[in-house]
Design a protein around this ligand. Structure first.
Ligand code: PAF
Length: 283
């Protein structure tokens, strides 16, 4: 595996592969890799001749007071994991390489209709930071395919919309959520949980499943289901952010007429803000 930290060097490295019409798949990450990330690499290897991963903790997507400085940086272990999983190229730029003048991109990319809701309401500016860095990374790597985990479902929709609207020739693929045996979605931020909190963290998934079961059984009072889940989470020691039943395509609040649904949730447990979701299609 080649590890490259400069944009120009990465371009020269990928040039021959592009001339040879090799299919390039890209897996952007912020590092601190877990099994979920590595499954994205597996999927990328199925899709392409050459797999490029990136590790870049993007300051633009963290708000004031968020965990940018404390975000776990485990570069050597990450490099090892990527190499042993068969990744071909690791792009690991510095902040100066990505944002040369001021650390703040002068051009911002935003997807307004998806940005202000849910995680975007709790983390203003977050999705502009994500859309901006992902469009820069797409411009640098010029992949044919890019793989994103569906745990960040709102992020996935933002990136899909941004790619469509900017006519970027990238096939954006969503990969299934990787879960621990308890059902807890794997996340770099699970590392913030104490042993005891880790035991309770799967309640987020338990509430999502209970909500899905109720919807499938024909429950139509969506607000009641959302409120019940919030109360269950609070009883398990979580602090509320949101628990919503939404339409899969645009994350607007679902009505009883909608069939393609996604139940999305975010809640705080100790120092960690956990997110998760379940998609379902009603008959
Ligand atoms: O999901 C992430 O890890 C990040 O938001 C991403 C897509 C790598 C952009 O920084």
């Amino acid at each position: 595996m080649h590890t490259i930290d400069s944009i120009n060097q990465l371009r020269s490295h990928l040039w021959q592969a592009k001339l040879d019409h090799k299919v390039i798949a890209f897996v952007p990450t912020m590092g601190n890799l877990h099994e979920g990330h590595l499954q994205l690499i597996d999927r990328a290897l199925e899709e392409a001749d050459l797999v490029v991963a990136s590790i870049f903790v993007n300051p633009l997507q963290f708000g004031p007071g968020e965990d940018f400085n404390g975000y776990p940086r485990t570069f050597m272990a990450d490099q090892e994991k990527l190499m042993s999983r068969g990744c071909h190229v690791l792009f690991a730029p510095t902040v100066d390489e990505m944002y040369p003048t001021t650390h703040i991109s002068l051009t911002l990319v935003s997807v307004p209709h998806l940005e202000g809701l849910l995680c975007g309401a709790s983390r203003p500016g977050h999705f502009t930071g994500v859309a901006t860095v992902v469009s820069k990374l797409f411009g640098i790597v010029q992949p044919d395919v890019a793989i994103f985990g569906l745990k960040d479902y709102q992020q996935f929709l933002v990136i899909q919309q941004m790619t469509d609207d900017l006519c970027l020739p990238v096939n954006v693929i969503g990969a299934p959520i990787a879960r621990a045996e308890t059902g807890l979605a794997l996340s770099s931020r699970n590392g913030y949980l104490s042993e005891e909190e880790l035991g309770r963290a799967c309640q987020l998934y338990v509430c999502l499943v209970a909500c899905r079961v109720a919807l499938e059984a024909g429950e139509t009072d969506l607000l009641k289901l959302e409120e019940r889940a919030q109360c269950q989470l609070e009883a398990a020691g979580f602090t509320r952010d949101y628990f919503k039943i939404c339409r899969q395509n645009d994350l607007k609040a679902a009505s009883t007429e909608d069939r393609k649904l996604v139940i999305v949730a975010a809640a705080y447990l100790g120092k960690a803000r956990l997110i998760d979701n379940l998609r379902l299609t009603l008959p």
